[in-house]
Design a protein around this ligand. Structure first.
Ligand SMILES: [Zn+2]
Length: 279
């Protein structure tokens, strides 16, 4: 699951000088991660450097330590060849195949690489940027403007009305699948205000008793999903057709196809199915 980087991960900007030897390599060619399939399952390269695999990364960024082992993110050229026995796979394809702690660091790696790739020049004056020593930040060489990794908070909500739950279909969802409604937080809003506004804008109803449920990093490309529960307080459903294909009230014995168990959406729905507020 992408639920945080796990207890064994320590985020750091610079490697410990005393540590050397093999490290985990989170090497991406565009949005796909270099992996190796073995009889035991899917593995990541654990090497001193990627040159051993015949790869020359365009950019390498130190991420920190997982259970005492160094972790590096690497951006490979788009025309990088695939080493024998390896494959490049999207993160979604790795859910359930790669250990959760490695998958969480992979989510962090792709977000840091995307930020690095898209912040090489200053957004204010256009001069080149350079990494700030000891910080996950880029500073402009011209005007000293600072840029930090980008995160886009989004709220995702379990809305219930008595024994029913409100689930919606986005326009590009898989056939028959419904999920808990979600939307991005706007500048100046509290998370609770974002919940009330999104539900009202997209579904035409008002909600009450908005309560925090849990959160999940979602690196597609840089969302932080913040889960809430809420109860219907009034209004008839009227969906925003520019955003949604459909939305309905469901009961426990009439559920549609549901999102992947790795998603916070599914955790919100499973909590409803269990009939409690636990995660
Ligand atoms: Zn600048």
């Amino acid at each position: 699951m992408l639920g945080g980087a796990g207890a064994g991960f320590v985020s750091m900007v610079n490697p410990d000088q005393n540590r050397a030897g093999p490290a985990w390599w989170f090497a991406f060619r565009e949005e796909r991660l270099l992996t190796r399939s073995t009889a035991e399952g899917t593995e990541l390269p654990f090497e001193e450097d990627l040159e051993r695999l015949g790869l020359a990364p365009g950019r390498t960024i130190y991420l920190g330590c997982l259970d005492g082992r160094d972790c590096f993110a690497a951006a490979l050229p788009t025309d990088a060849s695939t080493p024998d026995g390896f494959a490049f796979l999207g993160l979604r394809a790795l859910f359930g195949n790669l250990p959760e702690d490695l998958l969480a660091v992979a989510g962090r790696a792709t977000q840091v690489l995307t930020w690095d790739r898209t912040h090489r020049f200053c957004g204010q004056c256009g001069a080149p940027t350079e990494p700030v020593p000891g910080e996950r930040a880029m500073r402009c060489s011209g005007c000293s403007h600072l840029a930090y990794p980008r995160l886009s908070p989004a709220v995702i909500v379990q809305v219930t009305r008595g024994e029913e739950i409100l689930l919606a279909r986005g326009k590009n969802f898989a056939e028959g699948m419904y999920s808990t409604p979600a939307g991005f937080v706007e500048p100046g809003e509290t998370l609770e205000e974002a919940v009330a506004r999104e539900i009202n804008e997209e579904l035409g109803i008002t909600v009450a008793n908005i309560r925090y449920f849990g959160s999940q990093p979602w690196p597609f490309p840089h969302q932080l999903m913040v889960g809430f529960t809420a109860q219907w307080a009034g209004g008839e459903m009227r969906i925003d057709e520019t955003e949604l294909a459909d939305a309905r009230w469901f009961t426990r014995d009439s559920m549609p196809n549901l999102p992947s168990p790795i998603s916070i959406s599914r955790r919100l729905i499973d909590a409803y199915l269990r009939g409690d507020g636990s995660r």
